[in-house]
Design a protein around this ligand. Structure first.
Ligand SMILES: Cc1cc2nc3c(=O)[nH]c(=O)nc-3n(C[C@H](O)[C@H](O)[C@H](O)COP(=O)(O)O)c2cc1C
Length: 208
């Protein structure tokens, strides 16, 4: 699918056909998703694919009123951030050193700074994980569209409830729910969007 078609056609889908999403499609979607950029290339996130009645019920039981529709999905994908943040630090640094993106001294500076992130406060971690999971989420949504699948980002759920029922590790922080399936309705009108020329301004001279 070409880029224009992809971004113009994507919608949030809340109704799905009674048709299973093939594992091969999921694998392809995650291949595209992992292309998403993250700060320092740390990739501190993962996706859990809930694919049983029991696991889906755990997700449904965690949503806020109004989001019960998630039970219509064939599978519910849960994006989680890794609060340790530096889990992939050595891999990312080694790769950047090998490919000449960094010199040793800069790498050492990064190593020191990033390994301290796991001890930072809640506010810092929340901001960091939010920023670093939303771009992978976007890649995931567009990859779904490219494969003819529907999804909808869902943040209205209780972190605590879903963490408990899925027995998540203490460092796994639920970020976003992405119910997926074959769209129930093929045609959905696009919702209002601001015009492209309303969302930017060009700054050349700073008025100080
Ligand atoms: C961060 C985020 C959280 C959202 N949470 C919910 C949610 O809890 N429940 C829901 O039904 N839709 C949710 N949405 C979907 C938005 O309502 C939807 O994307 C928006 O209305 C635009 O519609 P469209 O995606 O079809 O263009 C969320 C979207 C985003 C980006």
């Amino acid at each position: 699918m070409d880029f224009e078609q992809l971004v113009k056609n994507r919608r949030s889908y809340k109704q799905f056909k009674d048709k299973e999403v093939e594992i091969e499609k999921l694998e392809k979607i995650f291949e595209y998703t992992t292309e998403a950029p993250t700060a320092f290339n740390l990739q501190a996130y993962s996706f859990k694919v809930l694919d049983s009645e029991e696991a889906i019920k755990a997700a449904v039981d965690s949503v806020v009123p109004g989001n019960e529709w998630v039970e219509n999905a064939d599978k519910i994908v849960l994006l989680v951030g890794d609060e340790r943040i530096d889990t992939n630090l050595e891999k990312a640094l080694d790769d950047m050193l090998e490919k000449d993106y960094l010199d040793e001294e800069t790498a050492e500076g990064y190593r020191e700074r990033i390994s301290s992130y796991r001890d930072r406060d809640e506010l810092f971690k929340t901001g960091w994980l939010n920023r670093n999971t939303m771009i992978p989420a976007t890649f995931f949504m567009l990859a779904c569209e490219n494969e003819g699948l529907g999804t909808c980002p869902v943040r209205g759920f209780s972190d605590q409830k879903i963490s408990e029922s899925l027995n998540l590790e203490e460092w796994e922080r639920p970020s976003l729910m992405l119910p997926i399936g074959y769209p129930g309705k093929d045609e959905r009108p696009q919702k209002w969007r601001r015009k492209g020329n309303e969302i930017f301004e060009i700054l050349k001279i700073l008025d100080i």
